[in-house]
Design a protein around this ligand. Structure first.
Ligand code: ADP
Ligand code: MG
Length: 272
């Protein structure tokens, strides 16, 4: 049960041992809200162990894209395959299993405010996965150690900083040993001085072998950790490229425009 944890991690270590991984494939995926098409014919294959960053302007469909993977949103068309198996319309126990294979980290952390950091991590292990309280607490502490927060185990979220809360949320997402982890703008709600500690943990994770899909506006980080960048605008994938190519010579005019705005916001009016 404890496979995937690094036993020797100490203090503020954020080393992760080799984690499991699974592929994700979008085939002709469509998402509509009533008549409003927000994702239009998405085809994208993410290999097991790949680290992909999703970039694009606000409202382009980034959150929807990743929320579909663990069915926080329902597909309107097409299907998403995890390790080659279709996931459309799965329910009940199969859906709970899917969600334990696919961790999700939200922009607003979404910790349970009435539970301690440790309880936030161990709750689902006990309630959903049938672990004993002792084993779940042990696992929770090991994960807290890995994100550098072992000493905060018994604190409640409102006594933790935003950066600490997000690190607890990452530990929680990792608790059931997922093969895929999704991040939806994990640092966008943080004060600037707390962004680094969260990115640091994510960087370690990116080297762990887990399949990782990150929606972010942290361009330097995206460039550094990604095997591949996916640029989306207006509900469509307009470009997928290696980070070096994407940031140095984006092929799509909308990608160029986007990069100009985010990399040089003060001078965007002089763009093109
Ligand atoms: P992003 O994460 O890139 O900012 P989203 O995936 O959140 O974009 O949203 C894509 C589009 O879908 C937007 O036009 C947004 O208004 C719309 N949308 C998102 N969620 C809902 C919803 N629950 N109901 C209706 N429209 C939604
Ligand atoms: Mg979003």
């Amino acid at each position: 049960m404890f496979a995937g944890l690094l036993s020797k991690s100490v203090g503020h270590s954020t080393d992760f041992s080799r984690l499991a991984q699974a592929s994700v494939e979008f085939r002709d995926v469509i998402k509509k809200y009533s008549d409003h098409v927000v994702l239009n014919n998405i085809n994208l294959t993410i290999s097991a162990g790949e680290v992909v960053t999703i970039l694009g302007p606000s409202g382009s469909g980034k959150s929807t894209l990743i929320r579909l993977i663990n069915q926080l949103e329902e597909l309107s068309g097409g299907d998403i395959y995890i390790d080659g198996k279709p996931t459309r319309n799965i329910k009940g126990q199969a859906l709970r299993q899917l969600r334990s294979r696919v961790g999700f980290v939200f922009q607003q952390f979404n910790l349970y405010t009435h539970l301690t950091a440790l309880q936030n991590i161990s709750l689902a292990l006990v309630k959903v996965h049938g672990w004993s309280a002792t084993a779940a607490a042990e696992r929770g502490l090991a994960l807290l150690r890995q994100v550098g927060l072992e000493e905060k185990a018994h604190q409640y979220p409102d006594s933790l900083s935003g950066g600490q809360q997000q690190r607890v949320a990452i530990a929680r997402a990792l608790a059931p040993s997922p093969q895929i982890i999704l991040f939806d703008e994990p640092t966008s709600a943080l004060d600037p001085e707390m962004i680094g500690e969260v990115l640091q943990v994510m960087k370690q994770l990116a080297h762990s072998g887990i399949t990782m899909i990150v929606v972010t506006h942290e361009m330097q980080f995206a460039r550094e950790i990604a095997d591949r960048v996916v640029f989306i605008d207006g509900g469509q994938i307009l470009e997928t490229a290696a980070p070096a190519d994407f940031f140095q010579r984006p092929a799509h005019p909308r990608a160029r425009q986007f990069l100009q705005k985010v990399l040089d916001p003060l001078h965007q009016e002089h763009g093109e």
